[in-house]
Design a protein around this ligand. Structure first.
Ligand SMILES: NC(=O)c1ccc[n+]([C@@H]2O[C@H](COP(=O)([O-])OP(=O)(O)OC[C@H]3O[C@@H](n4cnc5c(N)ncnc54)[C@H](O)[C@@H]3O)[C@@H](O)[C@H]2O)c1
Ligand SMILES: O=P(O)(O)OC[C@H](O)CO
Length: 393
């Protein structure tokens, strides 16, 4: 055993300086046999595919295209990116991406690395991939995952960048990562953080959190795929908490938008952020207990909440909702050019779960956002809901 460990550590080189206790030098056959086994494993670069090509999908493709190219021993150079085909100015978006290397609709003005290849067939995109990055609005996850079932490598791993929840008619909600896992029967990690896509695409410094239950097995290969000088990654094991921070912050962003639309200023918004944070922590503890408090202070937690409540699309659309009195779907269409604000939908999904579990009174902010989005409350009533928050008792 000792010999085998030593052989693996030295890959057949001299073991005189081995830190292990004294042991015989491994015989050449064992050493080189293991070396070649190791090389086979080591020399098989992982193919990466991106399922999605919206605002965030395209920004992340800029990073992944570069890291795969910079690490040829770890990753295949070509990165397939699934494009939900549409026509832009008379041309197919996929064709524009593959000739001009720019997603002119969802991330205009930013070049994509040339090794990122737009593919319109989702199975074709994913079938040879060892790492599948899911980055689509959450309402499309079930359908897209089902179209991949049985058609991907059985030992592939997925990483979800999706900030949202899946709905289950009987149970209320399900984590998007669990939905993907159940449909595809593969391991699913998550990546969340304070990451407004246009700023990431600008290479402005920021951070993100990877949550994986298999840190020993997948932590390095996933981290290296994203970790750059300007995009710094921490890997933690609290997968559920990481994912829920990403999904639930979109609801809080809506409350921040209402507050901005009403002209309430920074103190009120700080209160919205704090109470929102407390509801996120409470929700995780109630439905997915066991998370470390420190996880909420990773980029996926407090940092994402701050950035989203100042610069996000959910905030922007909800501010406009107060000022214009137009319905949210109309504003989303008018303001976002095909992009998606996921807070209102997530608020509705979370509301159903809270109702089913008789927990509504513990989440006044989440509940108020749902009711305002659905026209059941006026935006200014948000503050009445917060005034009697259980955090004050
Ligand atoms: N944009 C950001 O700043 C950002 C940052 C971090 C995380 N996220 C999260 O990443 C996920 C994806 O966001 P995004 O910004 O890349 O997307 P987006 O909001 O830009 O959405 C547009 C994408 O949805 C696709 N789409 C439209 N209709 C579809 C359909 N019927 N089936 C499948 N796809 C369809 C479009 O082709 C396009 O690629 C979301 O969960 C979001 O919360 C976004
Ligand atoms: O633009 P939003 O509101 O979808 O937020 C984008 C990112 O999630 C911020 O980290």
């Amino acid at each position: 055993m000792l010999v085998a460990v030593c052989a693996l550590r030295h890959f057949g080189k001299s073991c005189y300086s081995c830190a292990f206790p004294p042991h015989p030098k491994p015989d050449l056959f064992v050493t080189f046999g293991l070396k070649s086994l190791y090389s086979t494993y080591k020399m098989a670069p992982k193919n990466v595919a991106i399922i999605g090509s919206g605002n965030w999908g395209s920004a992340i493709a800029r990073i992944v295209g570069r890291t795969t190219k910079a690490n040829p021993d770890m990753y295949g150079e070509r990165v397939n990116m699934w494009v939900f085909e549409e026509v832009v100015d008379g041309r197919n978006l996929s064709e524009i991406i593959n000739t001009e290397h720019e997603n002119v609709k969802y991330l205009p003005g930013k070049k994509l690395p040339e090794n990122v290849v737009a593919v319109t067939d989702v199975v074709e995109t994913a079938k040879d991939a060892d790492i599948l990055i899911f980055v689509i609005p959450h309402q499309f996850v079930t359908r897209v995952s089902k179209s991949l079932a049985g058609k991907i490598k059985p030992d592939a791993v997925a990483l979800s960048l999706i900030k949202g929840l899946s709905t289950v008619p009987s149970d209320g909600i399900k984590l998007v990562s669990d939905e993907i896992k159940e449909i595809l029967n593969i391991d699913v990690a998550v990546l969340m953080g304070a990451n407004l896509a246009p700023e990431v695409a600008n290479d402005n410094y920021c951070e993100a959190t990877i949550g994986t239950k298999n840190k020993d097995k997948n932590g390095d290969i996933l981290k290296t795929l994203f970790h750059t000088d300007f995009f710094r990654i921490n890997v933690v094991a609290d997968t559920e908490a990481v994912e829920l921070c990403g999904a639930l912050k979109n609801i809080v962003a809506c409350a921040a938008g209402f507050s901005d639309g009403l002209g309430y200023g920074d103190n009120t918004k700080a209160a919205v952020i704090r109470l929102g944070m407390m509801e996120i922590v409470r929700f995780v503890n109630q439905f997915y207990p066991g998370a470390h408090l420190s996880t909420f202070f990773e980029s996926c937690g407090l940092a994402d909440l701050v950035t989203t409540c100042y610069g996000g699309r959910n905030r922007r659309v909800c501010e406009a909702f107060v000022k214009s009195d137009k319905p949210l779907p109309e504003l989303e269409k008018e303001m976002l050019n095909g992009q998606s604000a996921q807070g209102p939908l997530t608020a509705e999904e979370v509301f159903d779960l809270l109702q089913k579990t008789k927990s509504l009174e513990n989440y006044p902010l989440f509940v108020a956002v749902k009711r305002i989005c659905k026209g059941e409350l006026k935006p200014h009533e948000l503050i009445d809901c917060l005034r009697t928050h259980p955090e004050y008792q």
